[in-house]
Design a protein around this ligand. Sequence first.
Ligand SMILES: C[S@@+](CC[C@H](N)C(=O)[O-])C[C@H]1O[C@@H](n2cnc3c(N)ncnc32)[C@H](O)[C@@H]1O
Length: 160
Amino acid sequence: MKISVHAVGRMKAGPEKQLADRYFERFAKSGPAVGLEFAGVAEIVEGRAQTANERRREEGQKLQGQLQPGTALFLLDERGKSFSSEDFAGRIGQLRDGGRKALVIAIGGADGHDQPLRDQAELVMSFGLLTWPHQLVRVMLGEQLYRAATILSGHPYHRS
Ligand SMILES: C[S@@+](CC[C@H](N)C(=O)[O-])C[C@H]1O[C@@H](n2cnc3c(N)ncnc32)[C@H](O)[C@@H]1O
């Protein structure tokens, strides 16, 4: 199953990008052993409209336009559900075992995700109640994807 990350906003060169790239590279290397292929990070240009609602809609529609039919969608959102790393890995494993071809995990922009996107998501997942900047969320997601691959393969990186 292909996994890609869609993120509203650019990540400039710097320490956050280096760290995010390091985890995505680790995931890309460890994923194939457990049937997961990292398909990269797609950046979505931030909405330019006047209101937050319109910007969210603009960004949501761009993301919708990038989704292939049958792709599973997970959203990251501080108001979502909290998971343990084992549960997160388990959800990915379930999709893979159910024959899904692709999963997109989306990080929102400064105004968060549009409602139609939330309604369509199979999972709205929180990294806790605190609001994090999208750059740090990208780093944390990269690490959790790498961790998920190690959990699914039984690699000792993850110790519960
Ligand atoms: C700066 S936050 C935007 C917060 C925005 N005010 C909102 O209501 O969603 C940018 C993105 O980072 C992600 N994010 C920030 N904190 C998060 C958390 N605790 N858990 C999961 N995702 C988070 C979400 O995808 C969010 O859309």
